[in-house]
Design a protein around this ligand. Structure first.
Ligand SMILES: NC(=O)c1ccc[n+]([C@@H]2O[C@H](COP(=O)([O-])OP(=O)(O)OC[C@H]3O[C@@H](n4cnc5c(N)ncnc54)[C@H](O)[C@@H]3O)[C@@H](O)[C@H]2O)c1
Length: 283
């Protein structure tokens, strides 16, 4: 596999982060988006992130220019043809993603690997939209990509051992740690984290303790850097609710039922940081 060149589909929050860390590891990156405006925003975000690294003296000005020169933006899928690995990080919508997988599969070299950064869609189902299911793998990065060390590496039902090994090699090459996960909803991190946050909301609803005290309990009692309710506000209460609904539906287990208070807050438009108020107020 030619791992000197990779492709990234989607120039949003995750795509531009993945492009940046890959270029910083010495790879040539082509970042493809359907929207020129999104591409411009993504390239500007990379520029801003590299500027901050220079200011913090974590990157020299010369290296900054080299990293930036390795990233090319494009609105054309055909520019993915030379890549040994393409990572899809576009909008989280099953129809959109299936279309992207199909389009990328048609253009990519037969031996190249197609990875998807989906948070909630089955890797096996996305692989089925291609003719290379054995060379499709899930690569679930965390936000912000340049800062977070973990990548969940997910095998679809037909993902080959060789694909898994090559994907693990790439993750090591960009300086991240991979854990291997089977293709279950929420993979490992969200499967554990989201029900924990949901339980904190049940505890608040039942009057176990006040919101600030629940967060203080988990910060000081469990050494977490942030409390579960503040984390819910950061993730967005609407996003959290839709994740819990997927768990409840796909596992068919009532233990995943969203807390009624979570539903009510979403209905009221209290979505967390993005709306200015969730469990806490933001100015
Ligand atoms: N944001 C997070 O915290 C996070 C964390 C882990 C995984 N993810 C996953 O990463 C993916 C991207 O999330 P994001 O937050 O970066 O989204 P985003 O909305 O910031 O960016 C998505 C980008 O995809 C582009 N796009 C849409 N359709 C496209 C197409 N057909 N071809 C090419 N580009 C297309 C959009 O123009 C947009 O620029 C999703 O699957 C999401 O579930 C997100």
């Amino acid at each position: 596999m030619n791992l000197s060149k990779i492709g990234v589909i989607g120039a949003g929050t995750m795509g531009n982060g993945i492009a940046q860390v890959s270029a910083a590891a010495g790879l040539e990156v082509v970042m493809v988006d359907v929207s020129q405006a999104a591409l411009d925003r993504g390239l500007a975000a990379i520029g801003g992130s590299l500027d901050r690294l220079v200011k913090k003296q974590k990157l020299s000005a010369d290296d900054q220019a080299v990293v930036r020169s390795r990233i090319r933006g494009s609105t054309q899928y055909r520019d993915l043809a030379a890549a040994g690995l393409v990572i899809e990080a576009a909008t989280e919508n099953p129809e959109v993603k299936r279309g992207i997988m199909r389009q990328a599969d048609e253009i990519m070299r037969p031996e190249a690997i197609l990875a998807t950064n989906t948070s909630s869609i089955s890797i096996t189902a996305l692989a089925a939209a291609t003719t290379r299911a054995e060379r499709v793998v899930g690569m679930h990065f965390f936000n912000p990509v340049p800062v977070m060390g973990l990548v969940e590496l997910i095998r679809g039902l037909l993902t080959s051992e060789e694909t898994h090994a090559r994907a693990a090699q790439f993750i090591a090459q960009i300086g991240k740690t991979a854990i291997s996960v089977r293709n279950f909803p929420g993979f490992a991190v969200n499967r554990i984290l989201c029900p924990m946050i949901n339980e904190a909301i049940f505890a608040l609803q039942e009057g176990v303790a006040a919101a600030a005290d629940i967060d203080e309990a988990i910060k000081l009692g469990c050494n977490h850097p942030i409390g579960p309710l503040a984390l819910a506000d950061l993730i967005g209460l609407d996003t959290l609710l839709s994740i819990m609904e997927v768990f409840q539906r796909d596992y068919g287990d009532p233990k995943y039922r969203p807390a009624p208070l979570l539903r009510e807050m979403v209905a009221a438009g209290l979505l967390g940081r993005k709306s200015g108020q969730g469990f806490f107020r933001y100015t």
